[in-house]
Design a protein around this ligand. Sequence first.
Ligand code: XIL
Length: 371
Amino acid sequence: MIKKYSFMLSIAAIAFINCISIEKTVAQSTPSLKETFQKDFLIGTAMNARQIEEKDSAADRLIKQQFNAVTPENCMKAEIIEPSWNNFNFDLADKLVAFAAKNNIKVNAHNLIWHSQLPAFMHYMQSADSVKQYFEHHITTVASRYDDKVYSWDVVNEALNEDGTLRNSIFLQKLGPDYIVEAFRLAQKSSPHSKLYYNDYNIEQPKKRAGAIALIKKIQAAGVRINGVGIQGHWRYDNVPMADIEESIKEFSALGIEVMFTELDLSVLKNPWDNNIADVSAASKADSTMNPYKNGLPDSVAQKQAKAYADLFAVFLKYKNNVTRVTFWGVNDGQYWLNDWPIHGRTNYPLLFDRYFQPKPAFDSVIATKQ
Ligand code: XIL
């Protein structure tokens, strides 16, 4: 009897050891971003509707393997979550929250107040009273529904101009410059358990950064909670503003808040405004240099992009006590918004995984920053 028992034990031990070694081979062949940077910061991705509905099995596998934070690419934006006045559609957002809970992933909800992707009815709103009513009702309804369910909120998105002044949005026009503090105040009340962030692009640039700092100080001076700032990080692979990024981490951290990189991508394509071309559609038709890699990304470009990503992650690691999350704006190059914006139908390669969900040189170089 004892013999039989110890025989069974040794079978179990062999199976267990085998199991470990199989696991190890998988882990060694494809390292995981979230595990690699586990002690440093969260690693996130944006999720689109198909991914949230788990209709894309390759993306699904990669998301679960690589990321421990997600941001909805669109489904929590006002035009989707409140398509008509006081008519809310929480379907996808609820699915996202359930998916994240099941897979031990943190949700950064994006976003409560933004001038873009507003529901159509907002464009006809004339009176300040109606805007105020919408503003309070939208924030309160959405934020309170997901309190406890999401880790954090981008409370206000892209409120600044490039010179650091406030963008002339419908909220500024109708509610005045204090609307941002008010948005945070309402979010704090409705969602006391989630972290509250301000999110914007180009706020690593000195003038816009100064505007963001003034904004954050104003929120803090009002006694309202703000936990962090998100630098979106839509940059070009050959023009990453490294010095400004480092300076921004230092200056934002000095305010006592978290710093995050929230929509990271390193595009390999030119934007129309790089050539001072204002007419986006004309640029796409006329100039083939605007879409040079439709048949594949040359290795020389892939290597330079890998180097740029490695340089960036080296800075993130240097400030790992201040940088709390790095989120990529998508899972792989193929499904990516930059294939269609600002010019429709291009072939871009801004992320760490290619169109076949395979790791690119940029993935290896990012992982190598920890080796
Ligand atoms: C983009 C989405 O990726 C697109 O699918 C959508 O058509 C437009 O918005 N800054 C933001 C994001 O804060 O919400 C934007 O996402 C990209 C720029």
